[in-house]
Design a binder for this molecule. Structure first.
Ligand code: FPP
Ligand code: MG
Ligand code: MG
Length: 432
């Protein structure tokens, strides 16, 4: 063996982490009913972008050790073995989150579960929270690894519900869950994911983290609702932890312009919705990752968790802006889901439409009637492609990426921090 080990590439390490993540999630989602089992695991069969767990894992690596509590927390994480005593038998069992129904329990003789033969209803999950024996610092704590799994489970739960809400036929280059299993199973599958994610969350042992991720779930619903009611008052669904002026609103319209007020309201509504629907999960899970690592303060007294939150929030907003742009610039084949103005067809005015509105007054009427009249969608597409709306959307995304990078630059230099920088750049370059 070589005498000196080559420098470790954090993204390579993380790649191994992401493989493990999918295996662990599948184990966390074991269900006795075959249909439930299938729908719950369905979206994990195809590889998603896994951006959310990637953020959590890299933030953990970039910030672990900044708190004097870190060594103690590491031990705490390793100690958590996911074993508990079955209150009925007194025997130690792997935590299946339902100690009243261990595999041997008579509960499984329920006739509907007996035929056809099926795997044990509750697999021994979750897998024990063990630290992987990667021979380098800084270690990712087992609790942080589990948090990464939880964020992906919450995200996929929201996709299961979203594809019902949007009646979307495809996802991840395959029939969507509603197309494959129907709406009812998709909704229940999403609920099941949230349940398993919540139990795993409680096990992390931090009430602050439980509260953050529970709030993410309500934020996702609030964001979805704002999207379904496009011209609701801008403060509908507030509670998002944003302050006015934080979101880089585009150039303020002239006060005397007749449509200016409506456009400004539409922008505020859109940015708030974007935070709730996409950035909240990234911001709050990054913050939660730091909390599990013990938190800590940087020189100047800045809390590390605030830095992680600012990074996740800005990256999340940039991510959604690019997503909304790709709906006009990337093909359905590349995206693996509907494209070419799919949002317009759902009645949604996203950033490109709102920027086009600044150049073409006509867009205001189309937005107001949610592109419902015959010919509205092709006309809106024309207005979008004959204005500077696409480059301006990209520019706005770039501003948020810059803010995310500014937050990162507060952290001490590390390979993980550089990987987060790389990830931020990729958000702007991605085509799917
Ligand atoms: C994808 O958006 C959807 C979301 C990011 C959130 C959807 C949230 C809900 C349906 C509320 C229920 C939430 C939970 C946690 C169960 P999109 O439709 O713009 O993206 P797409 O093009 O990928 O479908
Ligand atoms: Mg959708
Ligand atoms: Mg949707």
């Amino acid at each position: 063996p070589p005498l000196t080990t080559p420098p470790l590439d954090p993204l390579k390490i993380i790649q191994q982490e992401l493989l493990l993540l999918r295996t662990n999630i599948t184990t966390l989602l074991g269900a006795g009913h075959p249909s439930l089992d299938r729908v719950a695991k369905y979206y994990f069969a195809a590889e998603g972008k896994q951006v959310r767990p990637l953020i959590v894992l890299l933030i953990a690596q970039a910030t672990n050790g900044l708190s004097p509590d870190f060594p103690r927390l590491k031990w705490l994480g390793e100690r958590t073995q996911d074993k508990l005593d079955d209150p009925l038998t007194g025997k130690e069992v792997l935590n299946d989150y339902n100690p009243h129904m261990p595999e041997s329990s008579s509960a499984f003789s329920a006739p509907f579960l007996l035929s056809p033969p099926h795997p044990p209803s509750i697999e021994p999950h979750p897998p024990p929270l063990q630290a992987l024996a990667f021979p380098f610092p800084p270690h990712i704590l087992p609790t942080q690894r589990r948090l990464a799994e939880i964020t992906e489970m919450i995200h996929v739960a929201s996709l299961l519900h979203d594809d019902v809400v949007d009646s979307s036929p495809t996802r991840r280059n395959a029939p969507s869950a509603p197309a494959a299993f129907g709406n009812k199973l998709s909704v229940l599958g999403g609920d099941f994911l949230l349940g398993r994610a919540s139990a795993a969350l409680a096990r992390l042992g931090s009430l602050e983290v439980v509260e953050l991720l529970a709030t993410v779930i309500s934020n996702l619903v609030e964001g979805e609702l704002m999207q379904m009611r496009p011209l609701a008052l801008p403060d509908a669904g507030a509670s998002a932890g944003m302050e006015a002026g934080e979101l880089f609103p585009p150039a303020q319209p002239q006060a005397q312009e007749p449509q200016a007020q409506a456009r400004l309201m539409a922008w505020q509504h859109y940015m708030q919705k974007t935070y709730l629907k996409t950035a909240s999960l990234m911001a709050k899970s990054a913050r939660a990752g730091v909390i599990l690592g013990g938190g800590g303060r940087l020189d100047g007294g800045i809390e590390v968790k605030d830095v992680a939150y600012a990074f996740g929030r800005n990256l999340g907003i940039a991510f959604q802006l690019v997503d909304d742009m790709l709906d006009f610039t990337s093909s359905a084949a590349t995206l693996g889901k509907p494209s070419d103005g799919a949002d317009l067809r759902l009645g949604l005015a996203t950033a490109p439409a709102l920027f086009a509105w600044e150049e073409h007054k006509e867009m205001g009427e189309l937005v107001a009637r949610k592109f419902e009249k015959e010919g509205d969608v092709p006309r809106a597409l024309e207005l979008i492609h004959t204005s500077s709306s696409i480059p301006r959307t990209r520019e706005l995304a770039e501003q948020h990426v810059t803010a995310a990078l500014d937050a990162l630059s507060l952290l001490p230099e590390s390979g993980a921090r550089e990987a987060l920088r790389g990830l931020s750049g990729e958000v702007l370059l991605r085509s799917r």
